[in-house]
Design a binder for this molecule. Structure first.
Ligand SMILES: [Zn+2]
Length: 359
């Protein structure tokens, strides 16, 4: 049963840390073993051979750059202080995805349309155990470096299909770091996005902004990578979704991708903790929480966020790399989920969103 993963900082890792994901995660770990990357970003959990073993057919790959004031340290390269720099970094990452798909067509394919989606998924459906190219859909995570909503057309032409307007926050609406609701320009941003056909990603919006976006956005809405706040004890910020926001997302026909980062499952988890502390059973419980709110299994899926600022060992105990995601199926079955439910969670729910939103 193939998997669609809604959130991976793939180009960011390639350009910031030099990761070559045509290699396996094990090969990347070997290359990096004496360097600084594992301490900054964890050990690699993504790699082509791992996508194949895990039957990960398609993922949403981000375009991500940080404003200097929110950058994590000296090692961060995709950092901007003005709109010109941000635009250059956004384009650099889109160019990376295009070049990868052009030159290494046997490994990765860019998906911009329903036709390309069908072409990418068909071989995975027919022969899930054989080697197939992995599809990538480009999404912008945090559009705070965009100067004007008028630029959204140019990004659409370049193949961008989803946008999460906020990461830190402040520019268009409140986010994980900065408070507030939508600015008047933020509303224009949403209108322009909807007019072009972008899917809106509410991940990283604070509670007020998520609620507002769910009320006003006229296109498809998802939360590519966010967990139920109700299952996290005293989360320190508004990074995760309240039950109220989850219910609204469900009401809008949206889907939520569960993040497989230990600190988003057990908020005080540390790399030095016993690996047995966070397990796939906890991930299944998060999935079940959304399904209980929905009354079905049609609104939850995976948004692993793998290699997005963390890696091994900060992932559930049963996982070494993304190759092990299939181990979630027996956990869900143990919670009473049918094979059809598991297929919806693994691929069908994201596929439904994409089939109804891609041009
Ligand atoms: Zn994120």
């Amino acid at each position: 049963m193939f998997i669609i993963d809604a959130h991976e900082d793939f180009a960011y890792n390639a350009l910031n840390f030099g990761r070559d994901y045509r290699q396996s995660a094990a090969e990347i770990r070997q290359v990096e073993k004496d360097g600084p990357t594992p301490a900054l970003n964890g050990q690699a959990t993504l790699g082509f051979a791992d996508y194949q073993r895990g039957q990960v057919a398609l993922f949403i790959g981000t375009i991500f750059a940080t404003h200097r004031r929110h950058a994590s340290g000296f090692a961060e390269k995709l950092v901007y202080t003005d709109y010109h720099q941000a635009r250059f970094q956004y384009h650099q990452q889109m160019d990376y995805y295009h070049a990868l798909a052009d030159r290494d067509h046997d490994y990765f394919r860019l998906v911009r349309s329903r036709v390309e989606l069908a072409e990418t998924l068909a071989p995975w459906e027919k022969e899930p155990d054989a080697r197939h190219p992995v599809g990538i859909i480009m999404s912008m995570e945090g559009a705070e470096g965009i100067e004007s909503p008028a630029e959204l057309e140019e990004y659409w032409q370049a193949g961008l299909r989803l946008i999460g307007p906020v990461w830190a926050g402040g520019r268009w609406c409140g986010g994980t770091i900065e408070p507030g609701g939508f600015t008047s320009e933020g509303y224009t941003f949403l209108e322009t996005m909807a007019g072009l056909g972008y899917v809106l990603d509410i991940s990283h919006m604070n509670t007020e902004s998520a609620r507002r976006a769910l009320d006003v956005y006229e296109g498809k809405i998802i939360a590519s990578h966010a967990n139920p706040r109700a299952l996290l004890k005293n989360p320190p910020n508004e990074r995760h979704l309240t039950d109220d926001a989850i219910r609204c997302l469900i009401g809008r026909g949206g889907v939520m991708g569960i993040v497989l980062y230990n600190r988003f499952i057990e908020i005080d988890w540390k790399d030095t903790d016993d690996r047995g502390r966070v397990r796939l059973a906890h991930v299944a419980a998060m999935i079940d929480h959304v399904c209980q709110l929905a009354g079905d299994a049609a609104h939850v899926a995976l948004g692993t966020d793998f290699d997005g600022g963390f890696g091994w060992p900060a992932i559930p105990q049963e996982l070494d790399t993304i190759a092990d995601l299939q181990k979630l199926a027996p956990e869900l079955a143990a919670h009473g989920y049918s094979p059809a439910d598991i297929a919806a969670i693994f691929n069908g729910n994201w596929r439904g969103i994409l089939e109804s939103s891609l041009p």
